[in-house]
Design a protein around this ligand. Structure first.
Ligand SMILES: [Zn+2]
Length: 258
């Protein structure tokens, strides 16, 4: 479970101090996919903690949510779409959260989906998580944390088959920075602009969470919603985006299939 621990700490860990500076990443893009694939494999092997809904028995539900991801990736011009699979998995637990593994492996808890009031909020959450993967925040954080020299040695030292295990031992307390969160919010607006979904869908999700007054898992990893709502709405207002069409009936059918 070391890789899984690494992955969970990477994607849902607490905030770490953000040193700022340029976004440097010593990992090749292919390494993001490899990390994500390993994380996904470990998740699928632990159905007690992560009861992933079977795509074969929930075809319509997966067609809906994967279709939404595909629309966002295609219409949003999301980077690395030629390399990252951008595949979404549904985890059947009453947890109000979602997370992204490197390489575009996305995970959404059914508890989050059931808390949403419409498709635009789901699109906002998905676009935000897609952005963490597309901007390669996990491997950027690893680069910042361990330093360029050490990681380059690790990556170029011949046999690097053990690199994931070595990193797993060290990547403790590594999470997304506030800058990563702000960037994922901003990209969510950019990606959604050309889609049928509300450009400020992520703000809609945060508003809904605030209205309920819930202290949710999502807020613990995505703090300061009020400030983020304003920034998302301002960015969406600045863009001249395509006309939107909500299909609440299709969304409700999807929720009913979970
Ligand atoms: Zn985030």
């Amino acid at each position: 479970m070391r890789i899984l621990r690494l992955f969970l700490l990477l994607v849902v860990g607490g905030l770490t101090a953000c040193s700022g500076g340029p976004d440097i990443n010593v990992f090749p893009v292919s390494q993001d996919v490899e990390l994500g694939r390993q994380a996904m494999a470990e998740i699928l092997q632990d159905p007690a903690a992560f009861p992933v809904l079977d795509p074969d028995t929930h075809r319509e539900a997966y067609a809906y949510v994967q279709g939404m991801v595909d629309e966002i990736v295609d219409l949003g011009g999301v980077p690395h779409a030629d390399v990252f699979p951008y595949r979404v998995y549904l985890i059947d637990r009453p947890v109000n959260n979602a997370f992204a593994a490197p390489g575009g492996y996305l995970f959404v808890f059914t508890g989050l989906i059931r808390s949403l009031t419409g498709p635009d909020q789901l699109a906002g959450v998905l676009a935000h998580e897609i952005a963490h993967a597309a901007e390669r925040h996990s491997t950027q954080q690893a680069t910042k944390r361990f330093g360029l020299a050490a990681l380059q040695r690790l990556l170029t030292g011949g046999d690097n088959s053990g690199i994931l295990a070595q990193l797993a031992n060290q990547l403790i307390n590594l999470g997304f920075s506030r800058a990563d969160e702000a960037e994922a919010d901003a990209r969510s607006v950019d990606y959604l602009c050309a889609t049928p979904y509300a450009t400020n869908g992520a703000a809609g999700f945060f508003e809904q969470v605030e209205r309920r007054g819930q202290v949710t898992e999502f807020l613990s990893t995505h703090p300061n919603p009020q400030n983020r709502i304003q920034k998302i709405n301002a960015r969406a207002a600045d863009l001249d985006c395509a006309a939107k069409r909500e299909d609440p009936a299709a969304f409700q059918r999807f929720v009913g299939q979970l």
